[in-house]
Design a protein around this ligand. Structure first.
Ligand SMILES: [Cu+2]
Length: 279
């Protein structure tokens, strides 16, 4: 984990490239006490240790299915899969789960150091409790992801491929038909792929969405705030960072201030988490 000193930072963005309806702004002043945060997302190997130790059954396993990106599925599984009308590249696949990421017949071989996916917020919270940690608040997540830079678009600066170097695992090419994998990866990447940010954190932009502790709202309290935790109740939890499926043309949410949400029992092949700890 990285020990972050806390302090004051500017949370959110008024970036013209952003999505005002997502509540990315207005920019507000937030102060955080020092805390620890995982430098990487939780890996498949680490989640396997948790499952072996506790017998935890994930929500995708209990519900019997999870969402898999259509392009990663063999035609036999793609055919007949339920697809949300507005996002038809997602297939509801029976038997897809953290240890069978593309459904029956798929394995984690070669992906032990990739982020665990098909885990709900509830699964992530259970893992964090087992590890003696907790999920980061959204404010902690953003402060950590910004890597000490102020109001930059990405964790490394304002330019996506700064100095011609790929810094994150997102969709390259034309979404959703053609991913050139120019950044090296079509699906998930090892959690420590690419250069870390200024706080030593890897892959806060792209690779997998990351669950935060907070309930979702777009109606933010104005600063200065001390250790904000979001609304007391809600129906969806904040996710941050974007994933290997994000592309500027459709979902430009690998920007460091971008945000969206999902219900706490939702699972898919592009959402994972990292943990934090109070000190
Ligand atoms: Cu996206």
């Amino acid at each position: 984990m990285a020990l972050l000193p806390g302090g004051t930072f500017l949370m959110g963005t008024d970036d013209a490239e952003g999505f005002p309806g997502d509540g990315e702004g207005p920019v507000r002043t937030v102060r955080l006490r020092p805390f620890l945060i995982d430098v990487c997302a939780v890996t498949n190997d680490a989640f396997a240790r948790f499952v072996a130790d506790t017998g935890h059954v994930t929500e995708a396993e209990r519900f019997g299915w999870s969402y898999v990106f259509a392009g990663f599925l063999p035609a036999t599984l793609r055919r007949g899969a339920a697809r949300p009308p507005r996002t038809p590249w997602w297939c509801g696949v029976a038997g897809a789960a953290w240890n069978r990421p593309e459904g029956p017949g798929s394995t984690l071989a070669g992906r032990g150091d990739h982020p665990v996916v098909h885990v709900s917020w509830n699964d992530a919270a259970a893992y964090a409790a087992w590890a003696g940690k907790r999920l980061p608040t959204e404010a902690e997540w953003e402060y950590a992801a910004r890597g000490g830079l102020e109001q930059k678009r990405y964790p490394w600066g304002d330019e996506l491929d700064q100095d011609g170097t790929y810094r994150c695992n997102i969709w390259r090419g034309t979404f959703p038909s053609k991913n050139t994998a120019a950044d090296g990866f079509r699906g998930t990447a090892p959690v420590d792929a690419f250069a870390p940010n200024g706080h030593g954190l890897y892959n806060t932009s792209g690779n997998v969405w990351e669950w935060c502790a907070d309930w979702w709202t777009t109606d933010h309290l104005q600063g200065p705030l001390l250790d904000p935790v979001g609304p007391a109740t809600g129906t969806a939890k904040v996710i941050r960072g974007g994933s290997h499926l994000c592309h500027r043309s459709y979902c430009n949410r690998y920007r460091v201030a971008a945000r969206t949400a999902n219900t706490p029992d939702s699972t898919s092949g592009h959402a994972g988490f990292r943990c934090a700890r109070s000190i």
